[in-house]
Design a protein around this ligand. Sequence first.
Ligand code: TMP
Length: 213
Amino acid sequence: MFITLEGIEGSGKTTLVQSVVSHCHGIGRDCIATREPGGTPIGEKIRSILLDPRHSAMDPIAEMLLYMADRVQHIRQIIQPALREGKVVVCDRYVDATIVYQGVARGLKPETVIGLHNSLLGGLWPDITLLLDLPPRQGLQRAWRQIDDGERGSEESRFEKETMDFHSKIREGYLARAMAEPNRFRVVNAALPQQEVEAEVVRMVSEALPPDP
Ligand code: TMP
């Protein structure tokens, strides 16, 4: 079973990935947490290029191809082997982020990203995608607080530095993805208190998990 979490900056994905993994372990399921960009040693290097705030001149096509390079390495090295072993894979961001950030917000067209994903990356899609939805202003406040508190490095702040208009496009883009694929997406109100969000996410995952093979 392949589960992804998506959302704007500061939507709380990273903490919730851990909640899903703890839940899976608690019910005896073999489960791994991973993330994009990153998730492999090569991917971590690509991540540092992509998120470096000094790289404001990055071309949108170069950006998209770097995310895809990260993903192909991640699929081959981590995701596919784990799925073959029957594990639950919980991934912090995946192809929907490329469709929304590079496709919708950078203007490269979602169909281009979807076409490349299907042709180059074997079209591996998640079984369920949890979309953590909240207003961009609230998400960005949280994200900057984490940077100011040192929980997240300022060397990874290239996207936090984008305009509010950019972040609003991301939110709308994600909601449009959820409308287009209602069977795969579950939309969670991430503006609620943390415990309620966590309970909702765990409930959605338990409903979707097939019985242990
Ligand atoms: P995060 O680890 O905090 O989610 O940061 C990853 C950043 O990369 C986030 O701002 C979203 C962005 N991103 C894309 O633009 N395209 C992608 O395909 C992925 C996976 C992430």
